[in-house]
Design a binder for this molecule. Structure first.
Ligand SMILES: [Ca+2]
Length: 300
């Protein structure tokens, strides 16, 4: 029996899809396994990532020593499910820019972040104003924003939320957010919690350098320091670093007001497949540490 070219392709394709599905399901298993190892934490009690990692290590999971350069390397560990290796990372959602906590007086954080992601000044203005309009309860449109009267006139109309974001995907509905921009920024954005401050131990270089007054070089120095110290325990530890960059006194205090070392109530577990043959796959879950509820899960 000979198979047509199309049939051969279909079989190969099917095979690849099946393999990918298997990997994704195993990644989900790895993620849930990592979750089962995560101790419950309260708002008052700091997440004991070290202990969490010790517990994982006890199960003889070797440290990969590599990992996503944007994430704290000391917090990544290898998990094995069905003979496939995965890298598990624990991230505090507090290391991201919170759409529900964008305030007029701290709007430059999101604005700068959008600029470094490639938005123009006017595009960034539109998005920040529209995010604020989306969340506020009134229907008064900001100078560059959008309320229901804008969204109602789109080819597929909808209304402004006039309330907090419930999911990250809502960001794609905001005026000015294109699919490519959404894809570029979604990993640095959160909708969980209400804290506007950025957790310096988990923020990406892009988020840190969006804090007004923090250059890319300074952001890189902060990341090197937190790697070296395996976590920054107090913002005072950053004083020397800033002083070397000529930032001290009142200037340092202003920057400090954007930052924190406190964990938020929300955490992401990210599991990435290390088996090249299985193709690139990533599974993420966002967890409320207080209720232990899984709030969202993503497959990439
Ligand atoms: Ca509104």
């Amino acid at each position: 029996m000979t198979l047509s070219k199309g049939a051969r392709f279909a079989i190969i394709y099917q095979d690849a899809v099946t393999k990918r599905m298997e990997t994704l399901y195993a990644a989900r298993g790895a993620c849930l396994y990592a979750l089962s190892k995560a101790p419950k934490v309260s708002l008052e009690e700091e997440i004991d990532v070290e202990r969490m990692m010790e517990e994982l290590k006890e199960e003889k999971m070797p440290d990969t020593g590599q990992g996503n350069k944007n994430l704290p390397a000391w917090k990544s560990r290898r998990v094995e499910v069905d003979g496939i290796g995965y890298e598990a990372n624990f991230e505090d959602e507090g290391g991201k820019i919170n759409l529900n906590a964008v305030a007029e007086d701290h709007r430059d954080l999101l604005q700068n972040y959008l600029l470094q992601a490639g938005a123009t000044d006017s595009e960034a203005d539109t998005i920040v104003d529209s995010v604020l309009d989306w969340v506020d309860s009134d229907d008064f449109t900001r100078a560059n924003g959008a309320e229901s009267n804008y969204y109602r006139n789109l080819p597929e109309p909808y209304l402004a939320k006039n309330g907090p974001f419930d999911s990250l995907e809502e960001l794609a509905l905001i005026r000015g957010v294109t699919p490519s921009l959404y894809d570029k920024i979604r990993r640095d954005i959160t909708v969980y919690g209400l804290n506007p401050e950025i957790n310096v131990n988990f923020a990406s270089k892009e988020v840190l350098s969006s804090v007004p007054g923090v250059s890319i070089k300074l952001a890189e120095s902060i990341i090197s320091l937190r790697e070296k110290k395996r976590g920054i325990k107090s913002l005072d530890e950053l004083k020397d670093l800033f002083m070397h960059a000529g930032i001290m006194g009142g200037k340092f205090e202003i920057i400090r007001s954007y930052l924190t070392v406190e964990y938020s109530q929300f955490m992401t577990i990210r599991v990435t497949c290390l088996d090249k043959k299985a193709g690139r796959c990533e599974y993420r879950v966002v967890i409320d540490n207080e209720s232990e509820e899984i709030l969202a899960s993503y497959i990439d």
